[in-house]
Every structure is written in structure tokens, then in C-alpha cells.
Write a protein that binds this ligand. Structure first.
Ligand SMILES: [Cu+2]
Length: 116
């Protein structure tokens, strides 16, 4: 009984201190995409607040790539989707993301991918 309670408490405190870390993304980090994606999709370890979360992309010349405002996926609150306003041309891209997780913690990071 005590053991079970201790386990529950441990699981709960781990949950409470978890931040939104980037779990997976499309196109994948370091991927060489065959063609331009229609949107960037970032999936986090925790649910996020879309109003305080965003994605910026720059090309190989550090020029900003036009993106529509990133939205949280309607049925998956840990997923951020940033539609591209025009197809990406061949080259290397840097993705900078920042999110506010529902527990109130901010996290950010970046990764690159390229389009053939
Ligand atoms: Cu947190």
C-alpha cells in the first residue's frame, strides 16, 4: 500500500516538472526531403499553448521563409503545424521553435533539414 502511494507520488511529480521537449518533427531533423513539404509539423512531449508558441524558418542565406501562423493540431494538443506559404526551393533550412507548455514552462530549440 505505502509502496503504491510512493510510486504514484513519484509519477505525479515527474509529470508536473516535465517540459515540452520536441519529440519528433516533419520533415525530420537532418532530413534530405525529396520535395517541399506543405507544412512543418512539430510534435512535443507535452501539450502546448498555441498563443505563445511559434516556428520560424530561415533559408541558407539567413532569409526568413514565409510561413502562415503556426496552429495547434485540433485533435492533438502537443502538435504544432506551420503551413508554408509557398513551396521551398532546393537548399538548407534552419527551423527555430519556441513553445509554452500547458504547465507554464517555455522551451525552445532548433534543427535543420534540406530539400533536394
Ligand atoms: Cu515544465
Amino acid at each position: 500500500m505505502l509502496f503504491a502511494l510512493a510510486l504514484t507520488a513519484a509519477a505525479f511529480s515527474q509529470q508536473a516538472s516535465a517540459h515540452a521537449h520536441l519529440k519528433s518533427q516533419y520533415p525530420a531533423a537532418n532530413a534530405h526531403a525529396e520535395a517541399s513539404p506543405q507544412a512543418l509539423t512539430l510534435t512535443f512531449s507535452e501539450d502546448i499553448e498555441p498563443a505563445f508558441s511559434g516556428v520560424e524558418v530561415t533559408d541558407g542565406n539567413q532569409k526568413a521563409v514565409p510561413l502562415a501562423k503556426a496552429e495547434r493540431a485540433p485533435a492533438q494538443h502537443n502538435q504544432l503545424i506551420a503551413p508554408l506559404q509557398q513551396p521551398l526551393t532546393s537548399g538548407q533550412y534552419l527551423v527555430n521553435w519556441h513553445v509554452l507548455s500547458v504547465d507554464g514552462h517555455k522551451t525552445k530549440g532548433n534543427y535543420t533539414f534540406s530539400v533536394k
